[in-house]
Design a protein around this ligand. Structure first.
Ligand code: DX5
Ligand code: ZN
Length: 217
C-alpha cells in the first residue's frame, strides 16, 4: 500500500505562499497539488501558468497539476514548461481523450484522468491501461472545503476492480473533503494518493497532520 500525500495549495495562505511551500518542503508531504480552473468547466477561477512556474521554483517535490479546464490539450506544452510533472485531465473536458493522454506522455509527464462524482467508472475501461493515475473526485470539483461524498468508497472499489481486471498499473488518487478520519479508511480501501487541502492548511500544525495521515491514523 502506497501512502502518498499531495497537499492542495488551493487552501494555502497565498499571502504567505513561500512560507507554505517551505513548510511542505520540510514536511513528509510527497507532492504539491495545484488546482487550475477556467470558470467554464467549473464555476471558479484559480491559478494559472505564472503561479505554477513560481511554485516550481521553490518546491522540491513533484508537481501534481489538476486541470479543471475545458480542452486541456491546448496547454500541455506550456504546463510542461512551467514545471508540471503530472497532469490530470477530466474525462468530460476532453473531446479526444486518448489523443490528449498520449500527448501528455509525449511531453514527458505522467497522466491522470479525473472522474467526477457522477462519472461512471466503466467509462475508463478503454483508457485504464494508458494512464498513470485515476483521480477520483470525492467532491464536485471547483472549491476546497467541501464535504466528502460517501459514495466515493463504492467508486474506489469499482476502480480497484477495473485495475485488477485489466492488469493496469494506474494508481488511485482521491481528491476532496479528506480529513483524519476518512484518510485512513481511504488508504485501507486501496487509495494510493490523497489530495488534502483544508485539513492540512487550517491546522496550526500542518506537518503533524501530514505525518498522521501518512501513518494512517
Ligand atoms: C477541488 C480541488 C481539490 C481541493 C481539495 O476542486 O480539486 O484539490 O483543493 O481541498 P479540500 O481538501 O479542502 O477539499
Ligand atoms: Zn484537485
Amino acid at each position: 500500500m502506497r501512502k502518498i500525500i499531495a497537499p492542495s495549495l488551493l487552501s494555502s495562505n497565498l499571502a504567505f505562499l513561500y512560507r507554505d511551500i517551505e513548510m511542505l518542503n520540510k514536511s513528509e508531504a510527497d507532492w504539491f497539488h495545484i488546482d487550475i480552473m477556467d470558470s467554464s468547466f467549473v464555476s471558479n477561477i484559480s491559478f494559472g501558468f505564472l503561479f505554477t512556474k513560481y511554485v516550481k521554483k521553490y518546491a522540491h517535490k513533484p508537481m501534481d497539476v489538476h486541470l479543471m479546464i475545458l480542452q486541456p490539450e491546448q496547454y500541455i506544452e506550456q504546463l510542461k514548461a512551467c514545471g508540471a510533472d503530472h497532469l490530470h485531465i477530466h474525462y468530460e473536458a476532453c473531446i479526444h481523450l486518448n489523443k490528449t493522454i498520449f500527448s501528455i506522455k509525449k511531453n514527458g509527464m505522467k497522466v491522470g484522468v479525473a472522474v467526477n462524482p457522477h462519472t461512471p467508472v466503466f467509462l475508463l475501461q478503454d483508457i485504464i491501461n494508458d494512464i498513470d493515475f485515476v483521480l477520483l473526485m470525492s467532491v464536485n470539483p471547483g472549491y476546497s472545503g467541501q464535504k466528502f461524498i460517501q459514495k466515493t468508497y463504492q467508486k474506489l472499489e469499482d476502480i480497484k476492480n477495473l485495475i485488477l481486471k485489466t492488469d493496469s498499473s494506474a494508481l488511485i488518487e482521491v481528491d476532496g473533503g479528506i480529513n483524519l478520519e476518512n484518510s485512513s479508511l481511504l488508504f485501507q480501501n486501496g487509495a494510493d494518493i490523497l489530495v488534502v487541502g483544508t485539513t492540512i492548511f487550517s491546522d496550526s500544525n500542518p506537518k503533524e497532520i501530514i505525518h498522521r495521515m501518512k501513518l494512517g491514523y
